[in-house]
Design a protein around this ligand. Structure first.
Ligand code: URA
Ligand code: CA
Length: 448
C-alpha cells in the first residue's frame, strides 16, 4: 500500500477501505507517514467527505491508536457526555453528580481549557486539594464506591487524534464533519463509555454556525455510535450567548453549586435537565424522558444532587466545605463593572468575545503550559432579551493584578460583545432538536 495512492483515491472521490484507513492512521502515529501527506489527505477528506462506513472505520482506527479504558468492572451502563465546546459551559460540574445521584455510574475523563473555552479539570481545581490525576485503578474504584469520578484525560488516549487535530488546526481542515465526528467519538470510545450523550452546539460561538449544519454533524456522530455499538444521542443546542452568567473557573463552580441547589440560571438548568434526562434514559434508569427529567428535578430539590457533589469533592481530596461556604473558593480582589452605553434591549452577546476576555483576565491559557488564575473571569449581569439602561452594569469583571491599559481594553471588548438594539429580539430556542437512532426530533422546551 502506498500513501500517495490513498490520497489520490480520496482526492478523486473514492471510498477508502478499512485497511487503507488503518494503514494511514497507524503509519502516521508511528511517524512513517509525514505531516505533509496527512495534510493532503485531510484536505481531500474536507472536499470529498467520507461515507458513514469510512467515518466509523476512521473512528475505530483512532480509538485503537492508544490505551482503551476497560470500565467493565463497574456494574451498570456507563454513560459519558461530551460537548462540542461552549463558553461558560458548566454542565459537566452539574451533570456528573446529578446523574450519579440518579443511579447512573458517571466515569468522566475531562480536559483542561485551551483558548477561549474552559475545561472541567481546571474548574475542579478551585476546590483546594482536588486531585485530577487518578490512575485508572483509582478511577474505577471510586466509581464503584461513590458512583462518580472525574479524572484528567491520560496522555495515552487516542494519540492519533491529538496528532491529527494539531495538524488540522494549522491546515484549515478542522471544519469537516467526518473529521470532527471521528475525533470526538474516538475519544469517547477509548475512554470506555457504553453510551454517549453529546451536546452539539450551533451558533456564532460554535464550529457549526447553523442548526442544519449541527444536525448533519449530530447524524454523523449518532451513525458512528450505531456502527460501533455505543448508543449515542445528540442534543442540538444554541450557543448564541454564554451559558448561564459566569465565565471563569471558580465563578463557574459557584454557578454549578447554585444550579445543584435548584437556584441556577434558567438556561444552564434547562440544558442540564435535558442532557441529564437523556443520560438517565440511556443508563436504563427511566422509561421515558419526562420521567427521567422529573427524577432529576427531585434530586435538585431534595439536595441529594448537591450531596453527591460533596461526596465527589471529598473522594478526590478537595475541601467539600467550600460548597456551603463559597468564600473558601479562590476569590478575585476586585470587581470592575462594564457599563451599557445606551438604553435598549440586549439582542446578542458574543460568547467567543466573552470567553476571550475571561482568558485575557487570566482565566484561560493562550498556550498549553500557561498558568491560570482560578479566581478571575466575567459575570454577565443580563442576558439576551433583557432591557438595559445607559450607565447600568451589563457585566462584572473579576480581576487581580492587571495593568490599567490592559484592563481598559478588556472592558472595551466586553462592552462591544453586547449588541444593544431598540426592540426586544424574538426569543431563540436553547434546545433545537434531538438526534438519535430514531431520527431527528424537534424539541419542545417544557416550560415555555
Ligand atoms: N472537538 C474535537 O474533539 N475534535 C474536533 O475535531 C473538533 C472539536
Ligand atoms: Ca456559566
Amino acid at each position: 500500500m502506498r500513501t500517495v495512492d490513498i490520497i489520490e483515491k480520496k482526492r478523486d472521490g473514492g471510498e477508502l477501505s478499512a485497511e487503507e484507513i488503518r494503514f494511514l492512521i497507524e503509519g502516521y502515529c508511528r511517524g512513517d507517514i509525514p505531516d505533509y501527506q496527512m495534510a493532503a489527505w485531510a484536505m481531500a477528506v474536507f472536499f470529498r467527505g467520507m461515507t458513514a462506513r469510512e467515518t466509523a472505520d476512521l473512528t475505530l482506527a483512532m480509538a485503537n491508536s492508544g490505551d482503551r479504558v476497560d470500565l467493565s468492572p463497574i456494574p451498570g451502563i456507563k454513560v459519558d457526555k461530551h460537548s462540542t465546546g461552549g463558553v461558560g459551559d458548566t454542565t459537566t460540574l452539574v451533570l456528573a453528580p446529578l446523574v450519579a445521584a440518579a443511579g447512573v455510574p458517571v466515569a468522566k475523563m475531562s480536559g483542561r481549557g485551551l483558548g477561549h473555552t474552559g475545561g472541567t479539570i481546571d474548574k475542579l481545581e478551585s476546590f483546594a486539594g482536588f486531585r485530577t490525576e487518578l490512575s485508572i485503578g483509582q478511577f474505577i474504584e471510586q466509581i464503584g464506591q461513590h458512583g462518580v469520578a472525574i479524572m484528567s484525560q491520560t496522555a495515552d488516549i487516542t494519540p492519533a487524534d491529538k496528532k491529527l487535530y494539531s495538524l488540522r488546526d494549522v491546515t484549515a481542515t478542522v471544519n469537516s464533519i467526518p473529521l470532527i465526528a471521528s475525533s470526538v467519538m474516538s475519544k469517547k470510545i477509548a475512554s470506555g463509555a457504553d453510551a454517549i450523550v453529546l451536546d452539539v452546539k450551533a451558533g456564532r460561538g460554535a464550529f457549526m454556525k447553523t442548526t442544519e449544519e449541527a444536525v448533519a454533524l449530530a447524524k454523523a456522530l449518532v451513525d458512528i455510535g450505531e456502527k460501533v455499538g455505543r448508543e449515542t444521542v445528540a442534543v442540538i443546542t444554541g450557543m448564541d450567548e454564554p451559558l448561564g452568567f459566569a465565565v471563569g473557573n471558580a465563578l463557574e463552580v459557584r454557578e454549578a453549586i447554585d444550579t445543584l441547589r435548584g437556584r441556577g440560571p434558567w438556561d444552564l438548568e434547562e440544558l442540564c435537565l435535558t442532557l441529564g434526562a437523556h443520560m438517565v434514559m440511556l443508563g436504563g434508569k427511566a422509561a421515558a424522558i419526562g420521567e427521567a427529567r422529573e427524577k432529576l428535578r427531585q434530586l435538585l430539590d431534595s439536595g441529594l444532587a448537591l450531596k453527591k457533589l460533596k461526596e465527589l469533592v471529598a473522594a478526590q481530596g478537595g475541601n467539600p466545605q467550600a460548597i456551603d461556604r463559597p468564600e473558601l473558593l479562590p476569590q478575585a480582589r476586585r470587581i470592575v463593572p462594564v457599563a451599557a452605553d445606551r438604553d435598549g434591549y440586549v439582542t446578542a452577546i458574543d460568547a467567543q468575545e466573552i470567553g476571550l476576555a475571561a482568558m485575557r483576565l487570566g482565566a484561560g491559557r493562550a498556550t498549553r503550559d500557561a498558568k491560570i488564575d482560578l479566581s478571575v473571569g466575567v459575570v454577565l449581569r443580563c442576558k439576551v432579551g433583557d432591557a438595559v439602561h445607559a450607565g447600568e452594569s451589563i457585566a462584572d469583571l473579576y480581576v487581580n493584578d492587571i495593568p490599567r491599559e490592559r484592563l481598559a481594553e478588556i472592558q472595551h471588548s466586553v462592552k462591544n460583545a453586547f449588541a444593544i438594539g431598540p426592540t426586544a429580539p424574538a426569543r431563540k430556542k436553547l434546545i433545537h432538536a434531538v438526534v438519535s437512532k430514531e431520527g431527528v426530533r424537534d424539541w419542545q422546551e417544557p416550560h415555555i
